[in-house]
Design a protein around this ligand. Sequence first.
Ligand code: PEP
Ligand code: MN
Length: 414
Amino acid sequence: MADTVLVTGASGFVGAAVARKALARGFKVKVLMRPTASRANVEGLDVEIAPGDMRDAVSMAAALKGARYLFHVAADYRLWARDPSEIARNNLEGARATMAGALNAGVERVVRVSEEYRILGRHRDDSRPSHFDYQGLRFGQDTLYVFAGLCAVDTPEHVEQMCRALRDHGQVCTRMGAYKPRTNPYSFQGHGRACLNYVFEIAGRYGIKVIAMEITHESHVQEIRQALRETGSKTGVMLQIGTRNTQNFELLKAVGRQQEFPVLLKRGFGITLDESLNAAEYLASEGNSKVVFGLRGMKTNMGDPHRNFVDFAHVPSVKRLTRMPVCADPSHSVGSRTRAPDGILDVMHVTAQAVTAGANMVLVDFHPDPPKALVDGPQALLLAELPHFLADVAIAREAYLQRQKLAASQRAQG
Ligand code: PEP
Ligand code: MN
């Protein structure tokens, strides 16, 4: 007979997700619910509802009867209450009564679910991996790939020139925008489905293994899947969710439900880091935890003269808070080809800042003929600048590895 799991807090989004997972793994699931709690999140699930309250020992004991495992998800997470002691009472007394009940009932194992970014986060004693594999490449918090390419695909000739330059310089990843979210409805919107076959065919021919490609609607996933199939699956795609869609929760859920393609989620340009990390968690909560988190600058005139306020100081913060590899997009951060008096382009300066801080992926705009680019020409680097860019990245990467070694030796001594 299947083991029984009791879940508290199943009226909430996380508790209901835990209940769904437990059902999927073949457990018999009971959920403790206050009679007044909404049942919408467990609607249609094959769970037994045990009416009660975590602070009430009698209903708790009844709910725990026969349970082998307990997932304690319930919590009072209000930020404000007229009587704040209520929050403490719910969380402390509730947890205490729940644990005492579990002990009395002989529950074998209790899992208390309380931390932020539950799947993608880095928790205490967490030994889960901070990498995933795709197309034979390992994307992790200790690897680095450059995704240089076209902001927007315009012609097959430009795609080919780009891919040839990448191959000639040992690169196996690129960026190619087909679906472009544009501020102005009359601006070029990207070639969409129409360019996918030639993009995949050309990329495959030049040994490109992964293409970062933004999607703005869930139907684009199917279009990409179909085009890959039609061209013999010679390359792979990392689905990019752009800064304008960071909190498009229905898109996140749809993309999270597929596990074929990894996802690059860009940070929202006008929301907190915490809000963007929670957006990434949406993908994982639906089943896809192959997620790279992308920093791309924040929209504020405090960042002038750059297009966005460069936020690469958050590279180590994201690595500390979560297990996601971190990407930096210097092109959309800086937004131009300005050059400092030291002769180094601002795009290269900020790339070095990100890589020296441990970034795992660099998404950067190049174009064979920037004046002819249909989107973001002013920020594109030239193909002739590719070897310079890659050599500069290599210097920064070496600096990062040395900094890491230095820190390890200092800690060993201290
Ligand atoms: C892009 O990478 O082409 C893009 C539109 O980026 P963002 O969503 O960061 O603006
Ligand atoms: Mn762009």
